[in-house]
Design a protein around this ligand. Structure first.
Ligand SMILES: Nc1ncnc2c1ncn2[C@@H]1O[C@H](COP(=O)(O)OP(=O)(O)OP(=O)(O)O)[C@@H](O)[C@H]1O
Ligand SMILES: [Mg+2]
Length: 313
């Protein structure tokens, strides 16, 4: 069963194309990892898919309905964790959750039960009666997630829920997402962190410049670039290494410089390592060399020519 689908969706901000005729299907029980760099259009996709933003062309269907996808009934089946954490600073965690449960029409004992459930779920029971001004970033995020859960959504959308939080909260969130999936919730999970996608996603959708540029399971995506070899050098003087010269070596497909690391991707069996190493060494001393198996980050780099994360993030 298809929970959500976008067919040929065009969304522009003025003349800027933010969603470039997007096609996307999300099936029941999936965790779809939506991966893309800053500005790829992930948040725009989520806001369009949930009816928060209008779109110009194409079709959106939610829970099999394309005529009136954003009906009240459909919206009640969705939980949305927005990219910006928004919590009521003056309400305790529990009061916030009671408020949201009320918005979703829950009442009496059922409301109380769902609030306790959500507090347990995100591991905030001990903080239930505290106001979020005393919370860490990770705790605020967990409260934010709990607010999207009291109504037990069938479709949960999370927009970069683990940015800037402590590892403990991060693990808690990832475990919670897997638990929700096991209980039958369908999840769209947006992130810059390929490790997270590798851990939880049943399918990965890679987005760049408003387009879906590749999709598949992690294994399928890695296979698409397994005809490649990757070697990275930590160098003392990255500015001195002539990228153009490296790119000219037979078999070399791509050269990237990130901080002090030079990464050279070559066709499999290119047999050019001697030559690559000697060019690098001519211009800078080499502190370390690593040859890695490709991962999702490399798939992304190969497809877009960009790192997933901005430097220093
Ligand atoms: N309200 C707006 N008006 C004009 N341009 C916008 C608006 N919102 C987003 N954009 C532009 O649309 C593009 C997609 O933005 P969006 O926020 O969807 O990207 P994103 O993939 O969520 O990025 P990030 O990872 O930084 O959250 C960006 O180039 C952004 O500058
Ligand atoms: Mg965003």
């Amino acid at each position: 069963m298809t929970i959500a689908s976008m067919q040929g969706v065009l969304k522009r901000y003025g003349s800027y194309v933010a969603l470039d005729y997007i096609n996307l299907d999300i099936h029941k029980g999936e965790i779809v990892g939506l991966l893309g760099p800053n500005g790829a259009g992930k948040t725009t996709l989520i806001q369009t898919l949930t009816g928060m933003l209008p779109f110009e062309k194409g079709e959106i269907a939610l829970f099999g309905q394309s005529k009136n996808p954003f009906s009240h009934e459909n919206k009640e089946k969705i939980g949305l964790v927005t990219q910006e954490v928004a919590v009521f600073e003056e309400l305790t965690a529990k009061e916030s959750l009671l408020f949201f449960a009320g918005v979703y029409g829950l009442k009496g004992n059922e409301k109380k039960k769902r609030v306790e459930e959500a507090l347990d779920f995100v591991g905030l029971r001990e903080q239930a009666n505290k106001v979020p001004t005393k919370f860490s970033g990770g705790m605020k995020r967990r409260l934010n997630i709990a607010c999207a859960l009291t109504h037990r959504p069938k479709f949960l959308i999370m927009d970069e829920p683990t940015v800037g939080i402590d590892p403990q909260s991060r693990n808690h969130i990832l475990e919670s997402v897997k638990k929700l999936r096991d209980n039958g919730t369908t999840i769209l999970y947006t992130t810059h962190y390929m490790e997270e996608v590798q851990e939880i996603a049943s399918r990965v959708v890679i987005m760049d410049q408003g387009q879906v540029i590749q999709e598949g399971t992690v294994q399928q995506l890695i296979k698409t670039i397994q005809h490649e070899e990757k070697v990275s050098f930590d160098v003392a003087a990255p500015d001195q290494v002539p990228v153009k010269l490296l790119e000219g070596i037979i078999g070399v497909q791509k050269v990237t410089v990130t901080g002090s690391q030079i990464t050279v991707i070559s066709a499999a069996g290119a047999g050019n390592l001697d030559r690559v190493l000697s060019v690098v060494k001519e211009h800078s001393s080499v502190l370390a060399i690593q040859a890695d198996k490709p991962n999702l980050e490399d798939v992304f780099l190969t497809l877009t020519g960009k790192q997933l994360r901005d430097k220093g993030e």
